[in-house]
Design a protein around this ligand. Structure first.
Ligand SMILES: CC(C)(COP(=O)(O)OP(=O)(O)OC[C@H]1O[C@@H](n2cnc3c(N)ncnc32)[C@H](O)[C@@H]1OP(=O)(O)O)[C@@H](O)C(=O)NCCC(=O)NCCS
Length: 155
């Protein structure tokens, strides 16, 4: 399997991942993903299977020295095989290569797989955003410093 830049042709696969990965209220819409794929300020990476279908996708942004991990999701039957970690590493490589010094993200503290993934990749909790996901639903803010050697593998 290979990681590549996601394309507008991947939209249907990505929407299927959204439906499989999130409750309806938490899903990004077709419009949101179409804008994400078309936005030149985003870095959207996808892991494809041998049939060129998307099994995982992640999107990142950068403003000056700070990058953000906006979304990462992997098809349920493909989880636990390192795909999520590979996608986030691809974003870390890109962010370091384009001059970011840190990457930030928000995550629900109840999302054990995502928090586990981020901790595995050396993100550290730095603060909490109250009511980020709605009343009474806080987000954990996590950060990872980017080292020069994060930038080794960017196409
Ligand atoms: C979070 C998610 C992307 C992880 O993808 P994945 O491909 O299964 O993750 P990986 O196989 O690369 O796992 C990497 C590390 O993450 C951690 N991890 C993964 N799944 C985990 C779980 N269920 N519980 C705890 N830690 C977990 C582990 O530390 C793992 O490292 P290890 O295999 O050496 O133990 C996936 O579970 C998913 O798509 N969830 C739904 C969408 C979502 O919530 N996305 C995050 C918010 S946008």
């Amino acid at each position: 399997m290979i990681i590549s830049h996601a394309r507008t042709e991947d939209l249907a696969d990505i929407l299927a991942l959204e439906q499989a990965g999130f409750e309806p209220a938490e899903q990004w819409s077709e419009t949101a993903w179409a804008e994400e794929l078309a936005n030149p300020d985003r870095h959207v990476v996808a892991q494809l299977d041998l049939d060129a279908h998307v099994v995982g996708v992640a999107t990142f942004s950068r403003v000056e020295e700070s990058a953000d991990l906006l979304r990462v999701l992997v098809r349920p039957d493909a989880r636990g095989r390192g795909i999520g970690a590979s996608l986030v590493r691809a974003g870390l490589d890109w962010a370091a290569a384009v001059g970011a010094h840190q990457m930030l993200l928000e995550v629900s503290p109840e999302n054990e797989s995502a928090v586990g993934l981020y901790r595995r990749l050396e993100f550290e909790p730095i603060s909490t955003r109250r009511d980020y996901y709605g009343p009474g639903r806080s987000a954990l803010v996590m950060m990872r410093t980017l080292a020069a050697d994060d930038a080794w593998a960017v196409a």
